[in-house]
Design a protein around this ligand. Structure first.
Ligand code: SF4
Length: 144
């Protein structure tokens, strides 16, 4: 579960994306909060980042980069965070993940387009992509 959806202040601006529908799931399911960007070594708060010229699959394949709004290349942090989340998921036998829609790490099927304008493009975030490649099913808070 993207930690920001459970109210953890791990978002780039030091806030969260608390989601009441996701919170309701806590009474029925065990939810493990993870923030791939923090696990990858990014500070909080941090300059927002987006995937430029591709999606999470391209980042993992070395064909696209993750850049901050200030032009810093943070690709390695995002890949490291994705691998850490996968390690946690595999060690706990996780089969399903609920991830924050449109995030460059957590987005599923749709992510911000790399122009920092709020526009989106098709594709997965880096962590969602690594989870999908390893057989973990993913949905977003909008599907809950
Ligand atoms: Fe939330 Fe994922 Fe962004 Fe962390 S990386 S703040 S969990 S959307």
């Amino acid at each position: 579960m993207s930690a920001c959806l459970l109210g953890v202040d791990c978002k780039y601006n030091g806030e969260n994306n608390l989601n009441s529908k996701v919170l309701e799931l806590l009474s029925k399911e065990t939810l493990i909060p993870v923030c791939p960007e923090q696990l990858g070594g990014c500070p909080t708060p941090r300059v927002p980042s987006e995937i430029v010229d591709g999606d999470g699959a391209d980042v993992l394949d070395g064909k696209a980069r993750v850049m901050t709004k200030n032009g810093e290349d943070v690709t390695e942090y995002f890949i490291r965070g994705a691998r850490e989340v996968l390690k946690i998921a595999q060690s706990m036998g996780i089969e399903k993940a609920i991830m924050k829609a449109r995030s460059p790490s957590c987005g599923f099927c749709s992510i911000y387009d790399g122009t920092f304008s709020g526009k989106t493009k098709s594709g997965n975030g880096v962590t969602t992509e690594i989870l999908k490649r390893n057989g973990i099913s993913v949905l977003t808070e909008e599907d809950v």
